[in-house]
Design a protein around this ligand. Sequence first.
Ligand code: DX5
Ligand code: ZN
Length: 211
Amino acid sequence: MKVAPSILAADPLSMGCDVQRMVDAGTDWIHVDIMDAHFVPNLSFSPALTEALHERFPALPLDVHLMMDEPEKYIDVFIDAGASVLTIHAEIAADVAALLDYIRSRGVKAGLSVKPGTPAEAIRHLLPHADMVLVMTVEPGFGGQAFNPDMLGKLTALREMGYTGLLEADGGISMKNVALLRQHGLDVAVMGTAMFSSADPKADMDAIHAL
Ligand code: DX5
Ligand code: ZN
């Protein structure tokens, strides 16, 4: 399986070095959390950081997770900044299917994320529009929270509904629970705290890649 370290857990004053450490360890993607202080009670990064990462690491896929009420205002901005995967939430007011189709039309993978309280059934009609489903395993907004094991059932439910695209999970994922997630059909593990505080990220990534 693939790993996407979340830079929310990096040292903001050493961002370039911290991402380089993940690249040297063999990371697949880098996960960029964008928070608007409305959809979630926190603020994070600007499009400028995504652009700077893309310029410094042009071959590194940037997995941009828009935790925003109105992502439609920023889809072009983040695609132009260099996102390879762009994820929006199912819980927003906009026409989510149309936004996913638009992201795809720009040649970027379209991701659809669900908060813990949103059941798999609620996104059944959107699955044909998504290249990836991101199951939140914590309430979005902050790193370092505890993994919610009830979300394993959502991964299984999505597969049982016939969804064959990429499955990603985000929140509280560590070397202790990543194998269990894989057993439930996970393809991409977002890991913030666990990866940036790891004593040996290369050993951890090698183990994840072997799952
Ligand atoms: C939470 C973010 C996550 C967060 C995960 O709202 O979407 O990407 O950075 O952090 P950890 O792995 O520390 O739970
Ligand atoms: Zn995220």
